[in-house]
Design a binder for this molecule. Structure first.
Ligand code: FAD
Ligand code: 2HG
Ligand code: ZN
Length: 494
């Protein structure tokens, strides 16, 4: 995707075009305090240096920025935004660029404001578990830091080695253990953000409770950079569990996956930390690219990865074993294994966390739909999608059929399905067959068209399937209050 392939998207002429005086301003603002820029207007800059800022993780979207700015301090962010606002230069904030909805790269020539140099951990209070850090800290680095203090970051996801805590906050990322540790809307206690006019909003609260006026930080969590730049966060972090167990089940039907979920919650109550569902197609894709052996000998239509985290290994193992005996006895699961050590545990998680990467390598493109649905109809969407694509003769083995596979997996414990359609190459016929059909299907089953990945460019036209006209209108009013010149995240979100 480039903007040229969507004629309905036009560069907004109200935005200024970058010139040499702008570059001089950015350079003088940044370089003396350790920030940096990648300047495409300079003939000596290798065009490939800007490539990483212009292309998204899925390689579906490509922008044409001529400038990436990497500030080092909040004050620099403030001066840059103030300048861009006065000049009406459009901006796209960028964290680790792992987002899956085309939000983190420019559509046209927006300036990329990349947070990667703002990567300091500022403080950690071992008694309260409150961590204070820059937005550009990589999630895995934050968690490794906390591991040394016997704590953990309350969010974990497959992109942890690249995504930044600020990017996670900006997308309200959900991840693998939301069912246990809750949403970032609850665990982020404070935020420092810079508004488009340069105002620094210091809301770095370290208190669990703070009922003083409107909770403005919540507007930034999940705002995808639409209202301003998140520069710092405070996060409440739980103790690292002393015992973690992982089981992997083969299940004969989706109905039995639902039963297994209900029984697991009832047996494991306080120690359940993840319940992830995967269909067999997803596991075949993992087999094709992953050298590790399948955990279960036979193939099953569905698989479940179940994790417990607690403080007493013996107690947790006993509970898990009892659950498995019960599930096998009732024929809810067909087969199952429990990881016996840390390396087996990692192998089992790789079967789940590796799906996205394997999908990306299955063909030359993937259409991704991240939706919330009532659990009883969650997998019906995958079946309905397969039927539709087969009826339209788009799914099949011949090389003129663009769709290779339709895959369903996700955070079952949170009612979150990841529907993925892997294609030999991106194809307008597939896109037309799926959009807005998928969103209509989701809305008609009272679901949400974005469970955790956000709206970005992909879902902007479809927000009306999940939000009423009154709510969308209020969002636009708020946008005008925060960003009257509309310099942040143009062409996307709402
Ligand atoms: P980016 O991709 O750089 O940006 C995302 C959006 O936030 C963009 O709109 C950008 O403009 C904005 N933004 C970024 N930083 C800031 C900031 N400091 N201030 C304001 N706006 C900002 N998501 C889940 O929810 N759960 C998962 O389990 C999950 N697993 C993933 C697994 C893989 C392999 C991959 C590739 C992605 C996965 N994601 C998942 C997608 C998810 O959205 C991101 O990984 C993460 O939240 C984005 O962080 P980032 O730093 O890469 O942000
Ligand atoms: C996950 O849960 C991520 O692994 C990515 O949210 C989902 O690839 C996807 O569709
Ligand atoms: Zn996910």
């Amino acid at each position: 995707f480039t903007a040229d392939s969507y004629p309905s998207l036009q560069r907004d002429p109200r935005y200024a075009t970058l010139n040499q005086a702008d570059i001089d301003f950015f350079r003088s603002t940044l370089e003396k305090e350790g920030g940096s820029i990648v300047n495409g207007l300079d003939q000596s800059t290798d065009p490939s240096d800007l490539e990483a800022f212009n292309v998204d993780w899925t390689h579906k979207y490509r922008g044409k920025t001529q400038l990436a700015i990497k500030p080092k301090t909040t004050e620099q962010v403030s001066r840059i935004l103030k300048y861009c606002n006065s000049r009406r230069l459009a901006i796209v904030p960028q964290g680790g660029n792992t987002g899956l909805v085309g939000g983190s790269i420019p559509v046209f020539d927006e300036i990329v404001l990349n947070l990667s140099l703002m990567n300091k951990i500022h403080s950690f209070d071992e008694l309260s578990g409150v961590l204070s850090l820059d937005a550009g800290v990589i999630l895995e680095n934050a968690d490794n830091f906390l591991a040394e203090k016997d704590h953990m970051f309350p969010l974990d996801l497959g992109a942890k080695g690249s995504c930044q805590v600020g990017g996670c906050a900006a997308t309200a990322a959900g991840g693998l253990r939301l069912l246990r540790y809750g949403s970032l809307h609850g665990t982020i206690l404070g935020i420092e953000a810079v508004l488009p006019d340069g105002t620094i909003l210091d809301n770095m609260v370290t208190l669990r409770k703070d009922n003083t006026g409107l909770d403005l930080k919540q507007l930034f969590i999940g705002s995808e950079g639409y209202l301003g730049i998140i520069t710092r966060l405070t996060v409440i972090c739980p103790r690292r569990p002393r015992s973690t167990n992982v089981a992997f089940f083969g299940v004969s039907s989706y109905e039995n996956v639902l039963k297994a979920f209900s029984e697991s919650k009832s047996y494991l109550t306080e120690i359940i930390s993840a319940f992830e569902m995967m269909d067999n197609t997803s596991q075949r894709l993992v087999d094709a690219l992953n050298s590790t052996q399948r955990p279960l000998e036979e193939e099953h239509p569905f698989y479940v990865l179940l994790e417990t985290q607690g403080s007493n290994k013996e107690h947790d193992e006993q509970k898990l074993n009892e659950l498995i005996e019960n599930l096998i006895e009732k024929e809810v699961i067909a087969d199952g294994v429990i990881a016996q050590d840390e390396s087996q545990l990692r192998v089992l998680w790789e079967r789940r966390e590796g799906i996205t990467e394997c999908l990306a390598k299955a063909g030359s493109g993937v259409y991704k739909y991240d939706v919330s649905l009532p659990l009883n109809v969650l997998y019906d969407l995958v079946n309905a999608t397969k039927e539709r694509l087969a009826d339209l003769k788009l799914l099949g083995e011949s090389s003129d059929q663009p769709v290779i596979d339709v895959v369903g997996f996700g955070h079952m414990g949170d009612g979150n399905l990841h529907l993925n359609v892997a294609v030999r190459q991106y194809d307008k016929r597939v896109e037309k067959a799926l959009e807005p059909w998928v969103f209509e299907w989701v809305a008609s089953h009272r679901g949400s068209i974005s469970a955790e990945h956000g709206l970005g460019l992909l879902k902007k036209p479809y927000l009306g399937y999940s939000k009423s006209p009154e709510m969308i209108s209020l969002m636009k009013t708020l946008k005008n209050v925060f960003d009257p010149n509309g310099i942040m995240l143009p062409y996307k979100y709402v």
